[in-house]
Write a protein that binds this ligand. Sequence first.
Ligand code: ADP
Ligand code: GN1
Ligand code: MG
Length: 368
Amino acid sequence: MDIENQIDLAIKNFEFDGEVIEKEPLEKGHINDTFCIKCRLEDNTIKKYILQKINTNIFKNPDELMYNIVNITLYLKDTIIKNGGNPERGTLNVIKTKDEKNYYKGKDGDCWRVYNFIDNATTYDLVENAQDFYESAVAFGNFQMLLADFPANTLYETIPNFHNTIDRLNNLKEAIKNDIVSRVKEVEKEINFVLDREKDCCIICDALNNKEIPLRVTHNDTKLNNIMIDDETKKAICVIDLDTVMPGSILYDYGDSIRFGASTALEDEKDLSKVECSMELFEAYTKGFIEGTKGSLTSKEKELFPLGAKLMTLECGIRFLTDYLQGDTYFKIHREGHNLDRARTQFKLVSDMESKWEEMKNIVKKYS
Ligand code: ADP
Ligand code: GN1
Ligand code: MG
């Protein structure tokens, strides 16, 4: 069945207010297929929803995935209400199917979920100013605080070893060995860049295993386009894309935000001379995240912040490169060589961070 038919069938299985008049694909995000569903209400006003086709090649167990998300969002909703906030804008809310299921499964095995649409808010692929990035940091820090008491043992691990950098490196080595689309010869420079940094890959895992840093419930995918910023107030109001909320290290969340948001260029910029890790943005995020977590971070965690930023960037580059070598089956691509371009920006950022290491450490110290 083609996607249009799948969408129409999915729509029939949810109780939308009003009449569905438009289905607009939203192109952001590398994983799921996301649509804005517009409905006309009786008074002629428009109400929007998010309809998402879950990527079941990646999330193999949608029951467990949606169990996590329903419980996390209900928990967030309660906490937001207790704190006097607006749960319709402060968290995703899962809208159940007509038969009260967390998602709809079509005949082809296609899985669909519906969320409230956070209107008059935007996700950004590139920071427009340091203040917005600071606001996103406070919100991601707050998100961490909100989840601090969430019972971690009730969460399924939706993607095992998600931020196990050693495991990611081993996958790259395997992809190099198999070279199924004969691309290894093109990327020797990139491969060597990674192999030269092999010894760094175990640092966060070792620190967790040795209990030098705590295991927390973390988001694990804290890039700027996974947070909605209110168009009017410019405050970061809602953390979205909750598929990877799992036990992890705070360094994953801090580091991934720096990787994406402190870059002076888009994640897939081809002109590497434009790609740098901005120290102004690094400082804005560090300040906001430490404020947002309200003193709950340990000194060891903060000490490892620069390393978290570097390692999350290296890891993401490793994943893009691996996907390139495996024929682009994981991340959505929109052009030839897209994953390689993405890998190259990540490695450029890693080198740039290495050259600014002392400055990064000093900035973290200033706010610790
Ligand atoms: P992916 O896992 O593919 O990254 P996301 O859940 O991040 O998918 O959604 C992709 C994009 O869709 C987001 O970057 C955001 O722009 C938009 N989006 C997702 N959920 C909502 C929502 N509840 N309200 C408004 N926009 C949303
Ligand atoms: C993916 O889903 P999205 O686009 O927010 C990926 C992240 C990567 C990111 C790189 C489940 O995030 O881990 O860091 O792309 N998500 C998953 O942009 O693999
Ligand atoms: Mg996303």
